[in-house]
Design a binder for this molecule. Structure first.
Ligand SMILES: *Cc1c(COP(=O)(O)O)cnc(C)c1O
Length: 400
């Protein structure tokens, strides 16, 4: 067994996700200034593999920091945690039987601190901000990311500024205020909020932790990939269905699979990655269908799933690549389909999913109907959040 002291981050550098140029991890970075594309963290995986073994996992803490060697925080004293990650991977037997399937699984991210998987990304980003002495953060957010940032910043004693479209779910607005963030409601879309947050960052010397523009949120989200594989006894499922906004989760899971192969946890096999977006906001699906590498921004994004109301994604090409390389696909579902799926997942499984989580079930039904997913395949749905954060929009949709 490895000594506790040997278990530490093996981060080596940041690498531009488009050009491959490298830079150091010791200073704060955002996008590659030369091409405006995200940097991704790289690790010395050969050395990490000596302690980050499959066997070692049984003794690790039950949260996402169990994968410490492939996380970016160097001094453990800087880890800002509320116990995020290591969420259950449920066998959805009743729902599976209803759909005629033999192996349906739901990864329930709704049980994370702050009620969504945004906790993973923000635990990583706030921890790294603390390590890099960035004590004033700002962020544009459709909702859940702002709540998560505000909670982690609160426990770390970091100042935060949030820019949120004024139609963001009420729960997100209230939680930010409760956590002591400076909440600014924006009359516009998340892209407008992003512009204003960027301006505020310049003017008041704030560090903007917009996803993928900041390199470490994706490191938090990638742990979903590690967990799925670990929870399946170090096997890879056939299909992963992901409700996609900016796509950080899909990029992260894809990165984790690559790292796990280098760590010797898995072989070259990969799940088909399915990107689901809302009919009213589907820039990545549009680009995928047109055979393009980058996505055109959507003009008037509209969906009740706030987390998928993202008209332009800085990591567009990374999502599209992951879908293509995996042999997966990309498709849209309507808000009505999502609401029906929220009801189905609730009544069959006792999991009350965010509309985004519902979208994965709607997509599964469509892909079963078109025979693109087989009834005996092992399928993982990512329920990315709890419906309790969406009562103001879901109540009326469910007829209350
Ligand atoms: C943010 C969010 C998403 C989209 O996540 P990305 O990784 O940015 O694509 C999906 N579901 C919920 C509940 C979210 O909060």
């Amino acid at each position: 067994m490895a000594e506790q002291s040997q278990i530490h981050s093996h981060i080596t550098h940041l690498e531009c996700s488009l050009s491959g140029e490298t830079t150091g991890h010791e200073l704060p970075h955002r996008l590659n200034p030369k091409n405006g594309k995200p940097y991704l963290a790289r690790y010395d995986l050969a050395t990490a593999a000596r302690t980050l073994t499959r066997e070692s996992m049984a003794e690790r803490e039950p949260n996402m920091w169990r994968y410490r060697e492939v996380m970016p925080v160097i001094d453990p004293a800087n880890i800002v945690t509320l116990g995020e990650g290591f969420t259950p991977l449920h066998n959805a037997n009743r729902l599976g039987r209803h759909l005629g399937m033999s192996s349906l699984l739901i990864k329930d991210e709704g049980v994370n601190p702050t009620g969504s998987f945004k906790a993973r990304g923000l635990s990583a980003a706030v921890s790294k901000a603390l390590e890099l002495k960035q004590m004033k953060l700002t962020m544009p957010s459709a909702g859940n990311a702002a709540g998560a940032m505000s909670a982690y910043a609160a426990t770390a004693g970091i100042e935060t500024h949030v820019y949120m479209p004024k139609d963001a779910p009420v729960a997100n607005q209230i939680e930010c205020v409760a956590y002591g963030a400076n909440l600014n409601l924006v009359d516009g879309f998340i892209t407008d909020a992003g512009r204003i947050s960027g301006e505020a960052a310049e003017k008041h010397d704030l560090f903007d932790v917009s996803t993928l523009k900041e390199p470490y949120r994706v490191e938090g989200k990638k742990t979903m990939g590690y967990e799925i594989v670990e929870q399946l006894g170090f096997e890879v499922p056939d299909v992963v269905i992901y409700p996609t906004g900016g796509g950080t989760g899909i990029v992260g899971i894809w990165k984790a699979l690559d790292e796990m192969e280098q760590l010797g946890w898995i072989g070259p096999e990969r799940p088909r990655m399915i990107c689901v977006q809302a009919e009213g906001c589907s820039p990545l699906v549009n680009a995928y269908k047109k055979g393009e590498e980058f996505a055109e921004p959507v003009q008037n994004p509209s969906t009740l799933a706030a987390g998928m109301r993202v008209p332009a994604a800085v990591g567009d090409f990374l999502v599209i690549r992951a879908v293509r390389e995996s042999g997966g696909t990309a498709l849209t579902v309507s808000d009505d389909q999502m609401v029906d799926a929220v009801r189905d997942m609730s009544t069959f499984e006792g999991i009350f999913p965010a509309p985004e989580g519902g979208a994965t079930l709607s997509a599964l039904q469509m892909l079963l109907d078109s025979d693109e997913i087989g009834k005996d395949e092992r399928v993982v749905l990512l329920n990315t959040g709890s419906a309790l954060k969406y009562l103001d929009v879901l109540g009326p949709a469910l007829g209350l």
